[in-house]
Design a protein around this ligand. Structure first.
Ligand code: SAH
Ligand code: SF4
Ligand code: F3S
Length: 440
């Protein structure tokens, strides 16, 4: 039976910030088509699951999420699977989950309205996992209605082919969006109410483009010009690769006031042997040199990273080297994961896969150390005065939550408005947040 043409929709995004960005763009696209946002998945005629393929758990979750969309009367809404699982599994998804009507990859979602019409006609499942040469961005409606913080994708895809990672296959080759497109979108975001913009890319610091004078610029050059846009008070960027951390970007941390003192620079492991097997193309030493240079440019910078434990062949000595690297760097925060073998990646076929119990134990030890470091970093801000951009309501009446320059969550008790930038005195530091009062 064909499902009716949807009038309401709900987009649910999983995975990284690029998916959050894509989810926002799909929302704007569907609204421009005349659909309206439903309160939740239960009320929507069309549900878009914007999925993540990075680890097995994330990818498998899609199928239980699809199952949960079935309603009491046995009907299902129109279901679109978007994102990286859509790209990786394509037409296999409706074969396994027949209630799925549409499959659309990360480079094709501008065609979502057409796919909805095709699905309505119901002759076959509507599947589009093309990576077209023309960019989806030109076909998307203008940005609107922003909270104080916004994401802006400037670079997509990855050519690095770390041996554990699916991203080069799900997102395609590295592409930088042109200078003018980035400027136009940044201006539109500011007009729509944003005060902070986070530039996004799988390897955002590999961004390259030609400025208005035809000069080749890297991310540092782009940031210097964005800094001059009226109304843009804070600039962030993520995620970076150690090998693309060029001088212009490092120096921007010294010179550009609106560039926040925070760097997410994943290193993954602290053993050169493992880094080589991961095809990371950097060493422990070259990574530490980058960190030193960044800290020279901006001594108070907060360092964040990603770590994988239990990569095939990781010995206790390799793991100890990762702990030693963490000790040396002192992170303000970090993400850490158990290695998950992904279909089609070289590491999945390597000998010496590590037992689950060993991975659990290593992850626990690693996270204990990282948590200590995060708490220690938070405590360095006790009694400090800092600017906080208020983003949302807290749990208690009058309470608001915003971000420090170092990306810490700051709970402010005395009720500034959402979107305000306030000076705050920090009165308490917890492992995951700071508490402050407005400075008087
Ligand atoms: N482009 C970014 C991040 C990509 S994915 C970068 O290179 O840093 C985010 C994180 O997921 C990675 O940094 C890595 O730590 C983790 N990850 C990727 N593939 C994984 C896998 N197969 N198993 C476990 N963690 C993985
Ligand atoms: Fe994946 Fe490596 Fe590319 Fe990051 S740099 S997206 S970890 S292949
Ligand atoms: Fe996941 Fe795709 Fe992002 S695999 S981490 S949603 S690029």
């Amino acid at each position: 039976m064909n499902k009716p043409l949807p009038r309401t929709f709900h987009v649910k995004s999983f995975g990284c910030q690029m998916n959050v960005y894509d989810g926002a763009r799909m929302t704007e696209l569907l609204e421009a088509e005349g659909l309206s946002a439903a309160a939740g998945a239960d009320d929507a005629d069309l549900v878009v699951l914007n999925t993540c393929h990075i680890r097995e758990k994330a990818a498998e979750k899609v199928y239980s999420d699809i199952g949960r969309l079935r309603r009491e009367d046995g009907s299902t809404p129109m279901i679109a699977v978007a994102g990286c699982v859509a790209q990786a599994e394509g037409a296999e998804i409706p074969r396994r989950a027949p209630s799925v009507d549409i499959v659309v990859g990360p480079q094709a979602y501008h065609r979502l309205p057409d796919l909805v019409r095709e699905a309505r006609e119901g002759k076959a499942k509507a599947v589009d996992t093309d990576m077209p040469a023309e960019s989806k961005f030109g076909a998307l409606p203008a940005r609107r209605r922003q909270g104080p913080t916004a994401f802006l994708t400037v670079q997509e895809g990855c050519d690095k082919f770390c041996t554990y990672c699916v991203v080069p296959y799900t997102r395609g080759a590295e592409v930088s969006r042109p200078w003018a497109a980035v400027m136009d979108e940044a201006k539109a975001l500011l007009d729509a109410g944003a005060r902070e913009i986070t530039l996004l890319g799988q390897n955002v610091n590999a961004w390259e483009g030609e400025d208005e004078a035809g000069r080749t610029q890297g991310l540092g050059g782009l940031i210097r010009v964005l800094d001059k846009l009226p109304g843009l008070e804070r600039i962030r960027y993520t995620t970076s690769h150690p090998n693309d951390m060029r001088d212009d970007l490092i120096n921007a941390h010294k010179d550009v006031g609106s560039l926040m003192p925070f760097l997410h620079l994943p290193v993954q492991a602290g053993s050169d042997r493992i880094l080589k097997a991961m095809n990371r193309s950097h060493t422990v030493e070259s990574y530490l040199r980058v960190i030193d240079r960044v800290r020279e440019a901006r001594p108070d910078i907060a360092i964040s990273g990603d770590f994988i434990v239990g990569f095939p062949g990781e010995t206790e000595a390799d793991f100890a080297a990762t702990l030693a690297l963490i000790e040396r760097v002192e992170h303000a925060q970090a993400f850490s994961f158990k290695y998950s073998p992904r279909p089609g990646t070289p590491a999945a076929a390597m000998d010496d896969q590590i037992a689950a119990a060993v991975m659990d134990d290593r992850l626990q030890r690693l996270q204990a150390l990282l948590n200590d470091q995060q708490y220690a970093f938070n405590r360095t801000k006790l009694n400090a005065r800092m600017s906080v951009l208020i983003e949302r309501n807290g749990k208690k009446p009058g309470q608001r939550i915003g971000k420090s320059p170092w990306l810490q969550s700051v709970i402010v008790e005395d009720g500034p408005a959402i979107g305000e930038m306030v000076e705050v005195d920090i009165v308490a530091a917890a492992p995951n947040s700071l508490t402050g009062v407005i400075a008087r």
